[in-house]
Design a protein around this ligand. Structure first.
Ligand code: BG6
Length: 475
């Protein structure tokens, strides 16, 4: 083994959450309704019909949660702002109470020497924008998202130094418009690429706005990157892996970092009459709205093989597949996902692959040359509370191996600003209820009842405390 470099001084050892998954208080203090508030009420959409009405009640218990972070020595906490708390009913009237909630959270973090990392958008667009003009499918979203972003930049920009623009555009767009598993539950690739284009321009317009305000700080998107591997060295499978990364990664990250679509993908979109309507000024905005860093959410890799024109399509189990499924869906003529026999799987059938994180960081570094902020990485499991304790050694192993992979990438020469685990407390896993847990802090609730929402420190809480104290020297 080669000698590893130390993590840099000031490395952001963090952890993350998202408004809808933790806050609860879904209609308090003037909050409006988001598409998720509506979607979860449609029967059959989520596990046992769970919703985030109460979630883990972070809205009322944030001081208790921040105290746990402080005791652990956490350096950064990534959370998202609920757009529908800030502009509940329209894009003209700002809800002061909504703004005050995040003032309180940010101030509490800073008082405890924890860097706030603020996500502008983690999937919860206000319902009225969906009703008025189909949300991300309308050009109007560019202006409205920028207005919302500017409002929060101006309010918190004196205190917040790290901003995440869109969280996992690739996930909310593909689940929302292709697989129909997230709102607005559409299955239409043409509409998907159009919504995606407006999301691209909105993302860049918000970054451009951030720059124009002259605020001190950094901003970038968070991208869900699952690097593609070929199943073997057969050239057609290598090509399928190239296709996979073009379509699942470069299609998004090239637009963020270079302000343009990859030519192979644009060509493929045109061949299939899927290209979005664009205007020349869109590309000016894309070029002007470059990020300071690439945010990366990493959970797993994907292994692929060639897929004939009459081969498997989308709809078979894939991203949230069932345990043991061998066929994971694909795009005919482009690629199909297959089982990787060389890696372990989680109970949700996600490949456990720390080397894949090093590969992800290396690829992003060599393609874009941007610093990287790991905005999510973690393991969802069925934790069990026994006599007030949670022995989540499996999570410690997972996080330890992934943090070590980050150190290896740093040793390779990649600039990594920080590592945020997913998640801080247990929280609502959008479609999987409360049984799929990710936190350092166990929250005693389930699908049937919020119970008392009592917090318990898991074994991984103490492990991470030690990692932070030693700046990763004990990994
Ligand atoms: C990411 C999201 O996709 O993965 C999080 O940004 C999400 O919000 C996390 O919770 C884990 O996904 P899941 O489906 O296991 O909750």
């Amino acid at each position: 083994h080669k000698k590893l470099k130390d993590f840099p001084e000031g490395f952001l050892w963090g952890s993350a959450s998202a408004a809808y998954q933790v806050e609860g208080a879904w209609d308090e203090d003037g909050k409006g309704v988001s598409v998720w508030d509506t979607f979860v009420r449609i029967p059959g959409k989520t596990f046992k019909g769970t919703n985030g009405d109460v979630a883990v009640d972070h809205y009322h218990r944030f001081k208790e949660d921040v105290a746990l972070m402080a005791e652990q020595g956490l350096k950064a906490y990534r959370f998202s702002i609920a757009w529908s708390r800030i502009f509940p009913y329209n894009m003209q009237e700002v809800n002061e109470k909504g703004l005050q909630f995040y003032d309180g959270l940010i101030d509490e973090l800073l008082a405890n020497h924890i860097e706030p990392v603020v996500t502008l958008y983690h999937w919860d667009i206000p319902q009225y924008l969906q009703d008025d003009y189909l949300g991300w499918e309308s050009r109007q979203i560019i202006e409205d998202f920028t207005t919302y972003a500017e409002t929060v930049f101006r309010r918190y920009g004196d205190r917040v130094k790290y901003w995440v623009s869109l969280n996992e555009q690739n996930v909310f767009i593909s689940h929302g418009y292709l697989m129909a598993t997230h709102p607005p539950a559409v299955k239409d690739p043409k509409r998907m690429y159009q919504a995606n284009h407006y999301a691209n321009v909105a993302n860049a317009a918000a970054i451009k706005k951030f720059r124009s305000l002259g605020l001190d700080g950094q901003i970038g998107p968070s991208f869900a990157y699952s690097p593609g591997y070929p199943i073997d060295a057969r050239p057609e499978n290598i090509l399928a892996a190239e296709n996979f990364d073009e379509l699942n990664a470069y299609l998004w990250m090239d637009v963020y970092a270079k302000g343009e679509y990859p030519s192979v993908i644009w060509n493929w979109l045109e061949e299939n009459d899927l290209q979005p309507e664009t205007r020349p000024e869109d590309f000016k905005i894309l070029k002007a709205g470059k990020p300071d860093f690439m945010g990366v959410n990493y959970y797993k890799t994907s292994t692929v093989a060639a897929n004939p024109l009459d081969g498997v399509g989308i709809g078979t189990p894939n991203y949230s597949g069932e345990k043991g499924s061998t066929e994971r869906g694909g795009i005919p003529g482009v690629f199909k996902e297959v089982l990787n026999p060389f890696v372990e799987k989680t109970n949700w059938d996600w490949d456990i692959d720390p080397v894949g994180l090093r590969i992800a960081l290396r690829r992003i570094n060599s393609r874009y040359g941007l610093p990287i902020l790991i905005t999510e990485n973690g393991l969802g499991e069925y934790d069990k509370l026994k006599e007030g304790q949670i022995h989540d050694q499996y999570r410690i192993d997972y996080l330890n191996d992934h943090a070590k992979a980050v150190q290896e990438a740093i040793t390779d020469g990649v600039t990594v600003l920080g590592y945020c685990t997913w998640s801080y407390t247990d929280l609502l896993s959008w479609l999987n209820g409360y049984q799929k847990r990710y936190g350092f802090v166990y929250v005693d609730r389930d699908e049937d009842s919020p119970k008392e929402l009592k917090r318990y420190k898991k074994a991984s809480y103490y492990w991470y405390k030690e990692v932070i104290e030693q700046n990763g020297k004990n990994l």
